[in-house]
Design a protein around this ligand. Structure first.
Ligand code: DGJ
Length: 730
């Protein structure tokens, strides 16, 4: 068992691959405290970890206990007992009181990992998990709080969640239920978080921990492009290969909160969970509330190992369905090709040309339904616009299939335009605060998916569409955040449940859709990557990474996204130039290299691009088929990023068995002369003893030579050019 309880020390030692995590129960008061997180401890007995912490335990100081609570390393800190640092649990009783505290009662250790009710979570996949449930209680409130930890034997991963049960005979309001807390005894740490905006997702931000609080999170109703749910604490100066990292990633798709707080005693506390803003949950007697899962990854080899651990975890223990381990069909999407201006003939023209060049699927994007000729109308009216698509969906899909292509479709089921039959029939179905104007955003409103009848109605329409033809892919979009919160389906004292109930509603429909249509490849999207999170990956093996399809901008966006999420999950397309978002002109070849490190597809009018570009498509298709298994399944190593090397970007994927590697090198800015333009790239991740042949030059050298001596990158002329290097075991 990788979780062991030491009765005499009253401690729990959790072991995940090369990581240990130790929890201690402080006797008398039975407080649950954090004792250690880091490299694996081989010791049987870890009693020594209590040290001076134990001498200062609250029960010893008795009436002076308020004096010490503020530095006790609580595993799950609560509000109102003298610990003024960030806390995880806050309640409000019917009398208006907020204090709660938590004492150990019992525990359970078992093999496997429990699923979370109605929520995504990582899962065991072959006896590698052990779970600890620490049952605690607040005796005064009769609240049972179960802290749940799961270790992965083969990965440096521990997951956490908490279940709160009301054993009293009166309701109680949960004001804050975060999922995890970590206490460090020092502040010599940096935080890493991801921020951005529309078409600028996932920029890494590093800041030193200082006294005070560093906060990440959002209350927009979805994960957001502005803030992504990663909070890592790491040694100052940590790079891709060095430094200790403690990363928390949230398996959730709504409002989140993360905070790293440097406190008065020189330590740091980091917490993560559902954002308490716009959150209160009424817990009626006998009911439980379960918080979403936080995944904690420990790495003592920098951000590179953190990334590879997240990738392995998500590929093997989160993503599900038919396409989990499969190559995805190469698609061509018509959005940047036509926007709303298309019809059956236009789509078939694109499909014909695509089929000739080896593309495997046509995806019809926004604009095929209701009166949707513009973004100010039609959302909610999920029936086919026969003016655009005479003969309906069936005719179009059959024709596309006859060309040998699969067919995919775009939907945005969570939304409604005011100008739609759905809204005219059910104006109260949109999220709104009575008496206030409904603010539009992209001229649309958010449907209240906390209400089952609303979800059922929309799903019924979508179900009909998906059953009406041979549809093999769905792009599920979501294009606005929430304002003027309010649900006609909730009583006054539960209005603050709306955001979380909404997310549960989205999960409910994604669950129904993937169950009813198990062969459909689902791709999530939210104005690009505004809902790129581990929660969504539980339902869809890929997510559209960004609405910015410019290859050079994508270097940064894909770098930031890939810190946590596998390359196989990142939607990436080759689009036309001048690029629609930036106006930049990049070579077709380079656009292909960048898209290759994602799902790979096209988003352009293939009937209109220059002949020399079109001629390159069959080669790119062959390149995808040659390398996709490696890209999807291999280990990612980064040699340079535009964030640190504005002149170039480079990364490589190494096969799990170390038999081959694919290096991508993009020269962002050319430099004159020999010195400026020749670079020796030190490769990573190869087996030092194995001899590798460079497929292009035939040069054979050992893994050590390629990694320590490096690979000479030859001078390339011009900006935005790139190359692939394929090394194969000789
Ligand atoms: C936003 C998406 O990110 C785009 O790819 C496209 O599908 C549009 N919505 C369509 O409205």
């Amino acid at each position: 068992m990788s979780i062991v309880y030491n009765e005499s020390a009253k401690s729990f030692k959790l072991t995940a691959k090369d990581t240990s995590y130790v929890i201690g129960i402080f006797d008398d008061d039975q407080f649950v405290c954090h004792l250690y997180y880091g490299d694996k401890l081989p010791d049987e007995d870890v009693n020594y970890l209590y040290g001076p912490v134990y001498q200062m335990r609250p029960s010893v100081l008795n009436r002076e206990r308020a004096r010490v609570m503020d530095w006790v390393p609580f595993e799950y800190p609560t509000q109102g007992i003298g610990d003024y640092r960030e806390h995880c649990l806050e309640v409000e009783t019917l009398d208006g009181h907020h204090t709660c505290d938590l004492h150990y009662v019992s525990h359970k250790i078992y093999a496997g990992k429990p699923a979370l009710p109605d929520m995504p979570a990582t899962f065991d996949n072959g006896d590698v998990c052990t779970t600890l449930e620490l049952v605690c209680e607040d005796r005064t409130l009769q609240l049972e709080i179960t802290l749940i930890y799961t270790t992965f034997e083969t990965l440096d991963v521990i997951t956490r969640t908490v279940r709160v049960k009301n054993n009293a005979d009166r309701p109680i309001y949960l004001k804050r239920v975060l999922s995890a807390s970590l206490d460090f005894d020092h502040q010599n740490l940096e935080t890493l978080t991801l921020h951005g905006g529309w078409a600028r997702e996932c920029n890494p931000t590093r800041l030193p921990v200082v006294p005070g609080k560093l906060v990440t999170g959002n209350a927009r109703g979805e994960t957001s492009a502005q803030d992504s749910p990663l909070l890592a604490l790491m040694d100052p100066g940590t790079d891709d290969d060095h430094g200790e990292v403690f990363a928390m990633n949230f398996v959730y798709s709504g409002n989140f909160y993360g905070c790293a707080e440097g406190h008065q005693f020189g330590g740091t506390r980091a917490v993560m969970g559902i954002n308490p803003q716009n959150f209160t949950w009424k817990l009626i007697p006998g009911d439980s509330f379960t918080a979403p899962e936080v995944v904690m990854v420990h790495s003592n080899e920098g951000l590179g190992k953190m990334t590879r651990t997240f990738h392995d975890l998500y590929r093997n223990h989160l993503i599900r369905g038919k396409y989990k381990d499969r190559k995805r069909p190469i698609l061509i999407n018509n959005w940047e090709a036509t926007y709303f201006d298309f019809n059956t003939e236009k789509l078939l023209d694109i499909a014909r040309e695509a089929a000739k060049n080896g593309i495997e699927m046509l995806v019809m994007d926004d604009g095929w339904f209701g009166t949707r000729n513009n973004d100010d109308r039609g959302l909610g009216d999920w029936w086919v616009n026969e003016e655009k698509l005479p003969g309906g969906l069936k005719y179009l899909v059959d024709e596309v299939n006859k060309l040998g292509l699969k067919f995919g479709i775009w939907i945005e089921p969570e939304m409604v335009n005011a100008n739609s039959d759905l809204f005219r029939a059910h104006p109260d179905w949109a999220i709104q605060t009575p008496g206030r104007p409904l603010s539009e955003f992209r001229e649309q409103l958010v449907l209240d998916w906390s209400r089952k009848e609303v979800r059922d109605y929309v799903y019924d329409m979508i179900h009909k569409v998906l059953s009406s033809a041979n549809i093999e892919y769905v792009k599920w979009d979501m294009n606005r955040t929430m304002t003027e919160l309010g649900s006609a389906g909730l009583p006054a004292d539960q209005q603050q449940e709306l955001c979380h109930r909404y997310v549960l509603g989205v999960y409910d429909i994604m669950n129904r859709l993937t169950t009813d249509f198990p062969n459909i490849l689902l791709e999530n999207c939210s104005s690009g990557g505004s809902r790129f999170d581990a929660g969504m990956l539980y339902y869809s093996p890929q997510i559209w990474t960004s609405d910015d399809s410019d290859a050079i901008e994508r270097l940064g966006i894909q770098y930031g996204t890939s810190l946590c999420y596998p390359l196989s999950t990142m939607g990436a397309h080759i689009s036309a130039v001048p690029n629609h978002q930036t106006g930049r002109i990049t070579p077709f070849e380079t656009r292909g290299y960048v898209a290759l490190s994602g799902t790979f597809g096209y988003e352009l009018d293939v009937t209109k691009i220059p002949e020399e570009d079109r001629a390159m498509i069959p080669k790119q298709v062959a390149m995808y088929h040659k390398y996709n298994d490696l890209v999807r399944e291999g280990d990612l190593y980064r040699m340079g990023s535009v964030y640190t090397h504005p002149e170039y970007d480079s990364w490589m994927v190494v096969a799990k068995d170390k038999s081959e590697a694919l290096v991508t090198y993009i020269q962002v800015r050319a430099k004159p002369g020999f010195v400026g333009s020749v670079r020796k790239l030190k490769l990573k991740g190869l087996d030092p003893q194995t001899m590798y042949r460079d497929e292009e030059t035939g040069v054979v050298a050992s893994g050590t030579a390629w990694m320590s001596g490096g690979y000479w990158i030859e001078n390339m002329s011009g900006d935005y050019v790139g190359k692939l290097i394929h090394l194969i075991k000789a």
